[in-house]
Write a protein that binds this ligand. Structure first.
Ligand SMILES: C[S@@+](CC[C@H](N)C(=O)[O-])C[C@H]1O[C@@H](n2cnc3c(N)ncnc32)[C@H](O)[C@@H]1O
Length: 233
């Protein structure tokens, strides 16, 4: 059951105050490790400009700056004003806060000219958009030649870990998430979007269709999360 686009930002507005805490608890702190894995895939160039799509509370941008990479400036866009409000107040206290600008915008219609950024990242957000191919094409459009996209998204393990992971997704995660966020509906939505979303080779095909070259998938935690990388020639 796919939520209509209009209701997704409202749901994230509602859970925004508890979002970071829920992430830490539900992933046993591993979300921060996954974000660092994404940062490890940054191109090794100086003065990178970054765009983080569906940035939420900004934790992916923070991990990118804290990786020690040479980053000149970053932009974070999201549809939820609640999530962006939390990001802005967190970044006001960070040394890289002045290098970062947050803006309310749609990942399917980015308000930036062609070839603007060296890197576009998209963490745990692409399964929430109505048209992921549109978002992948928009990322490609705003990425500069020799630039890179880095995408983190949930996936389903194709191994022995699948059964226990599905049990966690279907039974524990909605209860725990609902308890922390006081919003059971939001965390029921989470497990459905994870189970229904495209991953692995099929997602790499989407990336290639949108122009991304050398598209690669790196499975994390037995394949329950996948890090995708693609380059713009
Ligand atoms: C699961 S959160 C991920 C947030 C953040 N990237 C992270 O790693 O914690 C998904 C985010 O996608 C945002 N979102 C959903 N659809 C969007 C769209 N079309 N454009 C921009 N943001 C969107 C939601 O508002 C929410 O903040």
């Amino acid at each position: 059951m796919k939520k209509e686009k209009s209701s997704v930002p409202e749901m994230f507005d509602r859970i925004s105050p508890q979002y970071d805490m829920a992430n830490r608890v539900l992933s046993l702190g591993l979300d921060m490790r996954w974000r660092r894995s994404l940062a490890d895939q940054l191109p090794s160039r100086e003065n990178l400009s970054l765009l983080d799509l569906a940035t939420g509370t900004g934790d992916q941008i923070a991990a990118l700056f804290e990786s020690g990479a040479s980053i000149e400036k970053a932009a974070g866009i999201d549809l939820s004003s609640g999530m962006l409000g939390i990001a802005e107040s967190k970044f006001a206290k960070k040394p890289y806060g002045k290098k970062t600008a947050f803006q309310q915008a749609d990942a399917e219609k980015l308000p930036f000219p062609d070839n603007t950024f060296d890197v576009c990242s998209f963490s745990f957000g692409i399964r929430n958009v109505n048209d992921p191919l549109k978002a992948l094409s928009e990322m490609y459009r705003v990425t500069a030649p020799r630039g890179r996209c880095l995408i983190l998204e949930f996936s389903l393990p194709d191994n022995l870990f699948r059964k226990p992971y599905l049990f966690y997704l279907r039974h524990l995660l909605p209860r725990l998430g609902g308890w922390i966020s006081k919003d059971r509906e939001a965390y029921r939505y989470l497990n459905k979007t994870i189970e229904q979303f495209t991953y692995g080779e099929a997602f790499l095909d989407w990336m290639k269709q949108c122009g991304w070259m050398q598209a690669t998938a790196i499975p994390l935690l037995f394949g329950s999360v996948t890090l995708y990388r693609g380059d713009k020639p």
